[in-house]
Ligand binder design. Structure first.
Ligand code: MG
Length: 419
């Protein structure tokens, strides 16, 4: 007998519910994603998602979603297409399904309190029923680790842009350090609110709808550009944008007799061109994204890094990816990005990051009394025990290239469908 130790495959189920998505994902320690299901609470058009309504949504769907994730991952009947002996096979019970996982992970924070509490309560209960350990997870770090897993980026500078967070992050000496961030609201929050101001739908997501409208924009309208050192300020731009829309509406009312009702317009003082909603959407995106690229590039220069990873819900905006790609290429580097399955909040990212932390910390999990949640939980407050500082050295790039090609060859309709 040799002395080789074969590591046991450890399987984690992860629960994410820090904002308007609730996700349950199941991942094994070799990085295989066995299932990753999600429901989104869309607020009525014209308003954002509020804590109580969002938490109630999560309560309604979390148990069905958990069963769905477990069956997709473990139930043979569910996975098999051949009907030959399906009568012989018994549907697994929930108890049996629970026995298939070794660890339960959940988002400790940051996020909306009411929503975090729903998930924490469900996880504590399942842990008692199944007799499995719990690992708590920092939501922001889960985005980063999922991005690294899916894209195979080794040690990139990270832009994390979502509805709740906007940070430029790089790893150094056991911490994900924040190099720059928004000093008021998150970029995704500004995009969502501007989408509502333009009377766009919340379905499938306001940010997605603003991205589509921006594609039709032709004339660039100037917005305030607010980089403050390594940080950015977004609130003032949103206020300015709202003022522009209000002015546009006023003008439209004045011109009610005009035949072309679709052309809701404001006049640009300088050259009297007609400005449309699409122009505003495009210009708003361009301005905010340019700010993000600027601070990200400065962080890359500081860290002497050429590769950049975009994570978070805003990260699936293809225009942001395009702008970042240009900057990275000019530096001789590369953009790593994921699609909405992984860059939007999901359970798999929590399961995977929980597994990394659990295995690195002696496979004991977190004591029940510490399985709490918190609305504020900084990315740089977590001591990262699972990353090897040498790991940014080059590996088997050819295999990675093939995976990436398959990954990026996707069309727009499958993007929209999966939300
Ligand atoms: Mg997020």
């Amino acid at each position: 007998m040799g002395t080789t130790v074969v590591a046991k495959r450890v399987i984690a189920i992860g629960f994410e519910g820090s904002a308007n998505k609730i996700g349950v994902g199941i991942v094994s320690s070799d990085g295989t994603i066995l299932s990753n299901v999600r429901r989104t609470y869309s607020a009525p058009d014209g308003s954002g998602f509020l804590p109580r309504e969002t938490a109630n949504h999560h309560k309604r769907v979390v148990l069905d979603l958990t069963e769905e994730a477990l069956r997709e991952a473990f139930d043979d009947d569910n996975n098999s297409n051949d009907d030959d002996n399906s009568n012989d096979r018994k549907r697994m019970t929930l108890k049996e399904l629970g026995n298939c996982v070794d660890l339960i992970c959940f988002t400790k924070g940051p996020g909306m309190g009411a929503c975090l509490i729903v998930v924490a309560l469900v996880v504590r209960t399942l842990s008692q029923i199944w007799n499995k350990p719990i690992q708590t997870v920092n939501h922001c770090i889960a985005h980063i680790e999922m991005g690294r897993l899916v894209t195979k980026a080794r040690n990139p500078v990270v832009l994390y842009a979502s509805g709740g967070n906007t940070q430029v992050i790089a790893y150094n000496e056991n911490k994900y350090r924040i190099f720059g961030e928004t000093i008021d609201i998150a970029v995704g929050n500004a995009l969502d609110r501007f989408a509502r101001c333009l009377e766009l739908s919340n379905d499938p997501a306001p940010g997605y709808n603003i991205e589509q409208l921006a594609k039709q924009g032709k004339n660039f309208v100037e917005f305030p550009y607010n980089c403050k050192g390594m940080d950015i300020n977004v609130g003032g731009i949103l206020t300015n944008a709202e003022e522009k829309v209000a002015a546009m509406k006023k003008l439209k009312e004045k011109e009610m007799h005009h035949d072309d009702a679709t052309a809701s317009t404001i006049e640009n003082d300088k050259d009297k061109i007609i400005i449309t909603k699409a122009d505003l959407a495009m210009s708003f995106q361009e301005t905010i994204f340019a700010m993000l690229i600027e601070v990200t590039e400065r962080a890359m220069a500081h860290c002497d890094a050429n590769d950049v990873l975009i994570v978070g819900g805003v990260g699936c905006n293809l225009r942001l990816q395009e702008m970042m790609d240009i900057m990275a290429k000019e530096r001789g580097g590369k953009l790593y990005a994921t699609d909405e399955r992984y860059c939007i909040d999901n359970g798999a990212m929590i399961a995977y990051t929980g597994l990394l932390e659990y295995l690195a910390n002696g496979s004991v999990g977190v004591p029940l009394e510490s399985t709490t949640c918190t609305q504020r939980f900084r990315t740089d407050s977590v001591y990262v025990t699972w990353r090897d500082d040498d790991e940014n050295e080059k590996g088997d790039d050819d295999d990675d290239k093939k995976d990436e090609d398959e990954y990026y060859n996707e069309d727009e309709s499958s993007r929209k469908k999966r939300r």
